[in-house]
Design a protein around this ligand. Structure first.
Ligand code: HEM
Length: 199
């Protein structure tokens, strides 16, 4: 029940955020100037670098936790995975969405004119929901459960299973981000048919 509630709240926040940005940006008759667009593109790519660096850091820490048998080092690795999530991945994901939507609505790209743009905001929203529902459990919720136990983590089957799920989560998040990164340069699938957009 808590997971569904969490999913719904995150979804309402995301739809409201995209809705307000699209409405506000759409009211502005004049599009971004070349230098303004360059500024927003720098902000957009910076937020993506923050997002990626949080994921890379999480992957490195998860690998280091797997390569050691020392309880303190395993504890420290998972503690810092929480910090990377709170201070890099979550802010980076939201900043990528906000700057991306603003770039789309304030330039001729628009939100629903091109398939690659639609794939990006759907992909970014999916990545945030996935993180909010599943990664949250493997990174944060299970942390206290695992490290308040008297057992050494490597003798704790719950920890071992949680660590494997964390790797699954990191892999899926990386796949989504690399896909969104690549389509940002290839801009595939062309333009949506104006009849389809108007229908
Ligand atoms: C984590 C998710 C995202 C990643 C990894 C990503 C990646 C990128 C990259 C690397 C660029 C620079 C491309 C270039 O230099 O030509 C870019 C540009 C852009 N992105 Fe994103 N982006 C993301 C989310 C979004 C979202 C949610 C939107 C919203 C619709 C969006 C819309 C745009 C637009 C309109 C541009 C400018 C394209 C241009 O004029 O060349 N992005 N994105």
């Amino acid at each position: 029940m808590e997971t569904i509630l969490g999913l719904l709240i995150t979804l309402v926040v995301l739809i409201s955020l995209v809705g307000v940005l699209t409405w506000f940006g759409g009211r502005k008759a004049i599009k971004l100037t070349v230098s303004q667009k360059r500024g927003w593109l720098i902000a957009h790519v910076t937020s993506i670098v923050i997002y990626f660096s949080g994921l890379f850091g999480t992957l490195l820490l998860a690998i280091s936790a797997k390569l050691t048998t020392e309880q303190e080092l395993i504890y420290a690795a998972h503690l810092f995975v929480q910090y990377f999530d709170w201070f890099l991945i979550i802010p980076g994901a939201f900043a990528s969405l906000i700057t991306g939507v603003w770039l789309a609505v304030r330039t001729n790209w628009g939100m629903t004119k091109h398939y690659w743009v639609m794939a990006k905001w759907l992909g970014n929203i999916f990545a945030i929901l996935y993180g909010g529902v599943f990664m949250r459990v493997w990174v944060h919720d299970n942390f206290n459960l695992i490290f308040s136990s008297p057992h050494h983590p490597l003798q704790n089957s719950f920890y071992l299973q949680n660590r494997e799920m964390l790797f699954v989560g990191i892999s899926l998040s990386f796949s989504i981000l690399i896909f969104l990164f690549v389509i940002s340069y290839l801009k595939p699938w062309g333009k949506r048919d104006s009849r389809e957009r108007s229908s």
